[in-house]
Design a protein around this ligand. Structure first.
Ligand SMILES: C[S@@+](CC[C@H](N)C(=O)[O-])C[C@H]1O[C@@H](n2cnc3c(N)ncnc32)[C@H](O)[C@@H]1O
Length: 239
């Protein structure tokens, strides 16, 4: 059993981190100020900081914020606050980004706040967990189960050869707050489109969805674009 636990943990990989590249591709060109909602230990915020002049990272868990503050570069400011209650600057951000945190919050108020925080033309991009939706999503669930194992071996070999990287879990991941998602991808899509007309929501392979919305530049100018998923990661466990 111990041996099996060892192999299981050695082959585990971080499905959230796997989708970071997808999120980074959603950023507008040369963003000045980006907000990371539910930043956890700051892994994504650190990557955003390489693309943006300034990153504000917010999380309501004090332990996570302390870990993030230790990990991020100087152009990231980490704040311990509940995003739904915090004083978020209005119209200040070129992008609002979030990974694996949106399903921790009531969707409609969270999206409204994110939209308020964006400047006109700014982009909201969030990857989060949907509730499993069977039998509708049976094909993608089966594909994910197979691909997850294949990539686990590939990434495990990569880590053994190169050490680190290859979507390894971060040291702080065990302490990360997790919840089971309440909404299916379809429910997220319907609610999101009611709050943010033009929002696009699509199921990703590894137990995540991508929600993307561009804030209209002016009255009636809502626009959204389709993102292309290039790589994949996930787990069946909540996060
Ligand atoms: C599963 S973790 C993901 C953390 C990080 N984004 C990552 O991918 O490593 C979800 C995070 O969202 C944070 N969170 C949940 N609800 C929040 C809220 N209302 N305001 C701020 N942070 C919140 C939790 O404290 C937790 O750190």
């Amino acid at each position: 059993m111990r041996r099996q636990d060892g192999w299981v943990s050695r082959l585990a990989w971080d499905h959230n981190e796997y989708y970071h590249r997808l999120l980074l591709r959603q950023l507008p060109a040369r963003p000045q100020r980006v907000l990371d909602v539910g930043c956890g230990a700051g892994l994504l915020a650190g990557k955003l900081a390489a693309r943006a002049d300034r990153v504000d990272a917010v999380d309501r868990d004090a332990g996570m914020v302390a870990a993030a503050a230790r990990a991020v570069p100087a152009n990231v400011s980490c704040r311990c606050a509940d995003f739904l209650l915090d004083d978020v600057p209005i119209g200040a951000y070129d992008a609002v980004v979030s990974v694996s945190a949106l399903h921790h919050m009531p969707l409609e108020p969270a999206l409204s706040r994110m939209a308020e925080a964006l400047r006109p033309g700014g982009v909201l991009a969030a990857v989060a967990l949907p509730r499993v939706d069977l039998p509708r999503e049976l094909p993608v669930e089966l594909a994910a189960a197979v691909a997850q194992r294949g990539l686990a071996v590939t990434f495990g070999i990569g880590r053994a050869v190169h050490g680190g990287g290859c979507h390894a879990h971060e040291p702080d991941s065990d302490a990360m707050p997790m919840v089971d998602p309440v909404l299916t991808t379809d429910e997220v899509r319907r609610q999101a489109q009611a709050v943010l007309p033009g929002a696009q929501v699509r199921r990703l392979l590894f137990w995540r969805y991508l929600l993307r919305w561009r804030k209209p530049l002016g009255d009636g100018q809502a626009s959204s674009t389709t993102a292309t998923e290039s790589a994949g990661t996930s787990s069946t466990s909540p996060s």
